[in-house]
Design a protein around this ligand. Structure first.
Ligand SMILES: [Zn+2]
Length: 222
């Protein structure tokens, strides 16, 4: 984890949060009103998507600004009911600027099995930090789930929510979205290889060790 006393946190804009929310829908990572996005703003507050508004009709006025403890500062709508997992992550890791939660289908299959998505492809190690671990089950929308998720994201940019879905983080909403797409694509590839009857071979440990520095750089830079 970066030293919070010296880290200048990355920030984003409501426009980027909204654009990423729409891309999340377009890329098939969510359906309807499921999933949510947060982005850290320059004043230290956090822009989050609202509860129960379809992405295709969502506007900037629908977004909600909260402080890091979840108190609404701006916006007419209630914030996402999953705000705790966003805020717990942004509170703990000042080097991060955005968090995304989706119900991506293949990743969620691993979440039902309580099984990590294995780090079988080098880009997973570089962008996500290694395998995608599965959090212990905690109730949806609870502070307990937020703390459980945040605890898994110290050296990873993706984690599975047991029996629920996927959460990813990044320097910006765009990078958090790319990480979600990569986790989903990897889950699909592993599922497909297993369906072929193939034995899955993990990358050599040396790859994980050698790429740890590259991951840290990717996490902390635009
Ligand atoms: Zn969810």
């Amino acid at each position: 984890m970066a030293d919070s006393s010296t880290t200048v946190s990355p920030t984003t804009t409501p426009e980027a949060v909204l654009a990423t929310a729409r891309r999340m829908l377009a890329e098939g990572l969510v359906e309807g009103t499921a999933g949510n996005i947060s982005g850290r703003l320059p004043d230290g507050l956090v822009c989050v998507t609202p509860s129960s508004v379809p992405y295709d009709t969502m506007t900037l006025d629908d977004l909600v600004v909260v402080d890091l403890d979840g108190t609404v500062v701006e916006g007419a709508r209630p914030p996402t009911t999953e705000k705790d997992l966003h805020l717990a992550t942004l509170r703990r890791y000042p080097e991060l600027g955005a968090v995304i939660h989706t119900h991506a289908v293949y990743a969620t299959m691993f979440a039902l099995a309580h099984e990590p998505i294995p780090a079988v492809i080098e880009e997973v190690v570089v962008y996500l930090g290694g395998d995608v671990p599965c959090c212990e089950y905690r109730g949806t929308g609870t502070p307990d789930l937020g703390e459980e998720v945040a605890g898994r994201l110290g050296d990873r940019s993706a984690a599975l929510l047991a029996n629920h879905g996927l959460v990813t983080c990044g320097y910006s909403p765009e990078k958090a979205l790319r990480n979600a797409a990569l986790a989903e694509r990897t889950a699909k590839i592993v599922w497909g290889a297993r369906t072929m009857g193939a034995e899955i071979h993990l990358l050599p440990d040396k790859v994980n060790r050698d790429m740890a520095g590259a991951y840290r750089w990717m996490r902390e830079n635009p």
